[in-house]
Design a protein around this ligand. Structure first.
Ligand code: PAF
Length: 283
């Protein structure tokens, strides 16, 4: 695997692949890789034949009181994991390579509506940072395929909408969430949990599954399902920001007759704020 830090080096390599007729699959990440990220590369292998991953902790998607400065950075370990997973090119730019005029003054991409609800309500500006950096990375890499984890379901929805509306020639693939044996979704932020909090955290997925069970059994009282979800998380000692039942295709409230739903939640423990979701199909 080759490791590069400049846009010019990425373009040179990817353009050579394209001339040779390869299908380029891209996995954008913020590094501190875990098996969930490796599974994104494994998914990419089903769709492409040349693989590129980026490692860039994007300042624009962090709020002023969030963990940008402390976000775990493990570049050497990441490089080893990507090479082992069969990645061909690792792009690890500096902030100035991506934002030459500073991230505050950069041209921005905003997907209105869905960027402002759920996570967007609790993290103002977050999705603007995500859509901006992903648009920039797509212009740099020009992949035919890009893979994102379903764990960040709202992010995946925002990116699909951006790609459709800006007519970007890239196919977006969602990869299933990878979980620890007790159900906790893998995330770099799990390392912020104390051992007592780690023991409690599986309640998030258990509560989502309970809610999905109610929906799949025909219960359409979504307000009651959302309330019960928040209460269960609070009773376990977490502080839920939201527990919401939405349409999977656009995250709007479920319309009558819409069967494909998603339940999304975010909950805080002392230092960590964890998000998760599960799909539910109405009968
Ligand atoms: O999911 C992430 O790791 C980030 O939000 C992404 C998509 C790499 C953009 O910075």
């Amino acid at each position: 695997m080759q490791a590069v830090t400049t846009i010019a080096a990425v373009r040179e390599r990817v353009q050579a692949w394209r001339r040779e007729g390869h299908r380029v699959a891209f996995v954008p990440t913020m590094g501190n890789l875990h098996p969930g990220h490796v599974s994104l590369i494994e998914t990419a292998r089903r769709y492409g034949d040349r693989f590129i991953a980026s490692i860039f902790v994007n300042p624009m998607q962090f709020g002023p009181n969030e963990d940008f400065a402390h976000y775990p950075r493990t570049p050497q370990q990441d490089e080893g994991m990507l090479a082992k997973a069969g990645c061909d090119l690792m792009f690890m730019p500096d902030v100035t390579e991506i934002y030459p005029h500073g991230s505050e003054r950069a041209t921005r991409v905003e997907v209105p509506g869905i960027s402002r609800i759920l996570e967007g309500e609790f993290r103002p500006g977050h999705f603007e940072g995500v859509s901006t950096v992903v648009a920039k990375l797509f212009h740099i890499v020009e992949p035919q395929i890009a893979v994102f984890g379903e764990k960040d379901f709202q992010q995946l929805t925002v990116i699909r909408r951006m790609v459709a509306e800006l007519c970007m020639p890239v196919e977006i693939i969602g990869a299933p969430t990878v979980r620890d044996a007790d159900g906790l979704a893998m995330s770099s932020r799990n390392q912020y949990l104390t051992s007592a909090e780690r023991a409690l955290a599986p309640v998030i997925y258990a509560t989502l599954k309970q809610a999905a069970g109610r929906i799949e059994a025909g219960d359409a009282d979504f307000a009651s399902i959302e309330r019960a979800g928040c209460e269960a998380l609070a009773a376990a000692g977490l502080k839920p920001d939201y527990f919401a039942v939405r349409q999977a295709r656009d995250l709007a409230g479920p319309a009558a007759g819409e069967r494909d739903l998603v339940i999304l939640t975010a909950a805080r423990m002392s230092k960590a704020r964890l998000i998760d979701n599960t799909r539910a199909r109405r009968p």
